[in-house]
Design a protein around this ligand. Sequence first.
Ligand code: F6R
Length: 612
Amino acid sequence: MCGIIGYTGRRPAGPIILDGLRRLEYRGYDSAGIALFGDHQDFYVAHATGKLDALIQRVEGTLPPAIAGLGHTRWATHGEPADRNAHPQLDPDGRIAVVHNGIIENFEVLRRKYARGPFRSETDTEVLAHMLAGRIERGEDLLDAVRAVAAEATGAYSLIAVDATDPGRLVAARIGNAGGIVVGVGEHENLAASDLNALLPHTRQVVFVEPGEFADIRAEGVRYVDAAGQDLVKTPETLPYDPVAAVKGPYKHFMQKEIFEQPGAVLDVMRGRYFPDGHVDMSDGVPFDAAWARQITRVVLVGMGTSMHSAMIGRHYMERFARIPAEVDNAAEFRYRRPVLDKHTLVISIAQSGETVDTLAAMDEARRAGCPQITICNTPGAQTTRVADGTLLMRVGPEIAVASTKTMLASMLLLHGLSLYLGRLRGTLDPTAEAEQVRAALQLPRAVGEVLEAAGHVEAIAAKYAQVEDFLFLGRGLGFPIALEGALKLKEVSYIHAEGYAAGEMKHGPIALIDERMPTLAIAPRDEVFDKMRSNIEQVRARRGEVIAMVSQGDHSLDGIASDIIELPEIDPILAPFVSVVPLQLLAYYIATERGADVDQPRNLAKTVVVE
Ligand code: F6R
């Protein structure tokens, strides 16, 4: 994972690198480092283990004037979090500095072959500095050296390298699908970073570096070449993003802010796609016509984590509205089981970051099989959007907290809209049913807002259960993926062991765990499976388990049975996941804050998962 940034220009590089690291910190926060280059051959370098604040404290008052710099925030893969393993990594003579994101798979072989002295770290990165130094010493140009090293170092990664004898020049490379490199084009200055967040305060003019491309960056211009050294013409794109969206505002945490942004987020998703006259138009992400839609025989939805849970909801929508057989696959499993695919299989991938390596690998598999592909993503220009035939952008602004919240609602809604749209194109959905769904979806901002108004009630429930060590989440039908998501959120941010189950499965094993110390959250809105959920709740109670029941507004049938009740606002039952997932996000958030956990940056996690 990791976040990398480089700057070259006329402004002092130090503060720009540190601010960029703050914006990239969500990618990894085991350790951080900075290197600054001035008009002299030595350069300043500092590392610190732990969060970025440790580095900021360490460098305070010591940053030299500099015309260029590199920064890195680490999510450890090779070598424990420690100063010696933090980047930038240097060659033994301290001439070459490298920041790197991703994995060099053959680094052990390379270390044996190219060591120019003892290695100071256990990282796979350090050998890149040794290899580059060897080539530079033999008179090779830095860009050529980076290309040659990248040809030998296998894996998926990105890097930025600087030679201290030519300090205003950064060379960036992107190899394979791991981690992006975006160049930010400024006036007499240029930057490169893992993602847009770090660039937004400086420029909206960006160039996405594709896998196999290299950028030779100086303050006055950037040259792009391919692996063979051939020049590439790349024109900057102008970003629509609002940099203000990346600050916390009045909220204590980004997770809290992003949960509370959800009524607006669903509106943003629907704008220009859901129309009050009762139709949807998803053509911005579906570059195909009705004849094509009628030829689809199967839909495969792929994603990881929360995105996979959205996909599970999407499967229901796809079958119900578009009447296409639909399957969901964990992207990491999909790619290795030689799936049967053909050109009539529509592959829909979901990745808020657009950089998740497993999802990209699944998409590559689908591309090889000739499948048409639509991707759902929140990051304009991300790698998934470059592979898919069509992209449905979430347009909900950056999600900074590691735990996904608003992007889950956005992806579920896009899958709802896409299913309606395909249903219309295929003639499987009549206009009245489409209009009913559109009208129901237009109620979502109100309904999600009502859930948030009752956040205080969820906070009180969270306080009651904050010290338990195990939690069970049960749901049926559309409630099942939400049970999985509730358990995932709780695990991630509070470190409580939690399991999500299809409620019918409970009797087949999990029931053995239930006692007074393991509460169960039951998702039990008034739908066709309500009576079954009620039986499950009774079974938990019979074993002295406490139950928190989420029920439809005004349903008192579980009063006196469940220990705590959360009422869900009225909404079309098909859209119930949108209102039932929000209390679970709140529950996880409040329990985590009650336990003093680091909500936005949970241990061991990173926002964008670009390693397998
Ligand atoms: C959960 C969470 C992760 C991500 C997963 C996929 O809160 O954030 O499980 O959902 O890493 O990320 P994307 O959507 O970027 O592919």
